[in-house]
Design a protein around this ligand. Structure first.
Ligand code: ADP
Ligand code: MG
Length: 253
C-alpha cells in the first residue's frame, strides 16, 4: 500500500533521514519504532507532504506522491495524526469535525456562493454532518460534541484527532504516538478502534513509544535508527535482534 524508497531529509547540517526504505502492507497494523531522534516524525512529515524530502520516493497505492502537499496526499487516501494534536481549542468538537479537510465539504462551500443546485449543496452538507456524528459516536465522544475542544483531556483530544482524520475517508492512517499521555482506559479504547477499523479494511502505520502496544498490536515492526531502517520483522524477530537491542541499550526493549 505504501512504499518508501531511499528517503532523505536534512535540516541544515542535521541528517534526519538517511536513505530509509520500507513498505507497509495493505490491511496491516505496522509499527514504526526507534529511539528519540531516529527520524520517525520526520519520516511521517515527508510521507504526508508536511516536509519535502531531499531524496527518495514515496509511492502510495501505486501513485508517486513524493513531495505532494498534505491535502493532495489526503485526497489520495493517506492521512495522519500529529504527535501533538492540532485541534482548534476555541471551537467545539463538532465544529472541529466540520473543519476536517474534506473535498466534498470544500466543494460544497465553494458552490454555496453560486445559486445553482442549492438543494444539492444542502443535502451534501447534511451528509457531512451525519458522517461527523457517526464518527463521533464510533469514537464514543459524541456526548462531547458541544464541548470546546480546549476542554478535552489529552486522550479525548487524540480520539478527536483520529475522528477528524477518519472523516476525510482515507484508506490508510498514520498515527504519531496516539497513546502518549493517554490514560489506560482511553488507550484501550483507541486500540479497540484501531482494530475495528483494520477489520473494515483500513491500513495503519503507528509510531508509538510503548513497546507493549507495539509488540502486542503490530504484525510488522520497522525499527529506525539514525535516519535509516535498522531492522524489520514481527515482534519476536525484533526483540531478539542484536542490532535493535544495541540501539536501544538502556532503553525499555
Ligand atoms: P523521532 O520522531 O524519531 O524522535 P525526529 O524525526 O523528530 O525523530 O527527528 C530526527 C532528527 O531530525 C533529530 O535530530 C531532530 O532534532 C531533527 N529535526 C526534526 N525536525 C527538525 C526541524 N524541523 N528542524 C531541524 N531539525 C529537525
Ligand atoms: Mg517523533
Amino acid at each position: 500500500m505504501l512504499t518508501v524508497e531511499n528517503l532523505e531529509k536534512r535540516f541544515g547540517g542535521i541528517v534526519a533521514i538517511d536513505g530509509a526504505s520500507f513498505e507497509v502492507e495493505r490491511g496491516s497494523i505496522t509499527g514504526l519504532i526507534g529511539p528519540n531522534g531516529a527520524g520517525k516524525s520526520t519520516t511521517f512529515n515527508c510521507i504526508t507532504g508536511v516536509h519535502t524530502p531531499d531524496g527518495g520516493t514515496v509511492t502510495f497505492d501505486g501513485t508517486d506522491i513524493t513531495g505532494r502537499p498534505p491535502h493532495a496526499v489526503a485526497n489520495r487516501g493517506l492521512v495522519r495524526t500529529f504527535q501533538i494534536a492540532r485541534e482548534f481549542p476555541e471551537m467545539t468538537v463538532l465544529e472541529n469535525m466540520m473543519l476536517a479537510p474534506n473535498d466534498q465539504l470544500g466543494e460544497s462551500l465553494w458552490r454555496s456562493v453560486a445559486p445553482v443546485a442549492r438543494r444539492e449543496v444542502v443535502e451534501q452538507e447534511e451528509r457531512v454532518l451525519e458522517r461527523a456524528w457517526e464518527t463521533l459516536e464510533f469514537f464514543e465522544i459524541d456526548h462531547l460534541a458541544e464541548e470546546y475542544a480546549g476542554n478535552l483531556s489529552g486522550g479525548q483530544r487524540k480520539l478527536l484527532d483520529m475522528a477528524r482524520a477518519l472523516l476525510t475517508e482515507p484508506e490508510m492512517l498514520m498515527l504519531d504516538e496516539p497513546m502518549a499521555g493517554v490514560n489506560p482506559s482511553l488507550e484501550k479504547k483507541i486500540l479497540e478502534r484501531v482494530h475495528d477499523l483494520r477489520e473494515q479494511g483500513y491500513t495503519f502505520l503507528l509510531v508509538e513509544h510503548d513497546m507493549d502496544v507495539i509488540m502486542n498490536h503490530c504484525e510488522h515492526i520497522i525499527v529506525m535508527h539514525q535516519g535509516s531502517v535498522l531492522a524489520e520483522g514481527d515482534a519476536e524477530a525484533i526483540t531478539s535482534n542484536e542490532r535493535v537491542i544495541e540501539a536501544y541499550l538502556g532503553g525499555e526493549i
